[in-house]
Design a protein around this ligand. Sequence first.
Ligand SMILES: [Zn+2]
Length: 384
Amino acid sequence: MATNAILAKEEEMKRTPQPTAALKASEVAVRIKDQTNARRWQAVLARDRALDGTFVFGVSSTGIFCRPSCPSKRPRPENVSFFDHALQAEQAGYRACLRCRPKALDGNPQSALVRAMCRYIEQHIEDRLTLSLLAKEFRRSSFHLQRTFKSVLGVSPKAYIDAVRLRQVKQNLQAGHSVTTALYAAGYGSSSRLYERTATQLGMTPEKYRRGAVAAVVRYTIASSPLGRMLIAATDKGICAIQFADRFADNDQQLLQGLIREFPFAVRRRDDAAMSEWRENLARLIQGQETNPSLPLDIRATAFQRRVWEALQRIPRGETRSYSAVAKKIGMPKATRAVARACATNPVAVAIPCHRVVRQDGELGGYRWGIERKEQLLAMEKQM
Ligand SMILES: [Zn+2]
């Protein structure tokens, strides 16, 4: 049965008759119950699987209770009582049927729905998940979803989303991802705001947390560049961060702090010698002496970030694109803001040229490493 049909049926069962002045409240209640029970009896006769999980029926002659779709012989109507939950039937002295197992979670549409919701949440954890979005996706009312979810799992969908996000962040950090990427990939909206909450959410200090994790080793070097002091960090697989100091200041301490903030759980080792080749390659790239130097990257990204970043790498040197043009290029014309966010979370400045994306009106837009630096970088690229 289609979801809509189930929904319509549930709505129909919930619909209450308009009480008239002639009827007392108790009489109305009896009438509603009679109507509900009449529909439930029809569902039992039809062995309607769609209503499994919405009620059970007890049979007084056997002392057994079943779900509507139970394949056993239909009882006489006068022996049947209806219950909203298996628990109610048990409290009334009935035992669960061994054939249809009305208490088993498998095959119960409520738990199937909740399982589907959990899967959906896990697969879309990068997105802005809300109850109303889930309601639209599962074609149920927010209220129904909330109640069903809570009754099956004991927590609200919101709490479940939070738990999945936190788990994702922990996994990402343990795998050596930067904080920005770990939070982004877990669907947190504002990384800077969330960063402050991370330690408390993890329930322990970063240092303590790290002891339980296999800490990744990040080597780094700090060097001068045409754009001011620059930090390059790498795992054994490739470059994982390229950052600049604020306002062209020769502020190495600030660069180191930035690295610690991005990789709080990594073992950081300064290694100027080992990084020298990449450092020179990057300097040549900035100065336009080489357009395609060897710069292996080891960056973690969501599928969306990866698409945006790949599109950025195809923008030729000396040219710019608008955020909306990039959104169109990756086939998601409405995702302009998400593109801007993916640009803002680019972990490797220059190597992924997020500075080549500007606003539609020709204004430069934002840049993680300062608008002056973006301006200078674009000016240098146009000259050559
Ligand atoms: Zn049964």
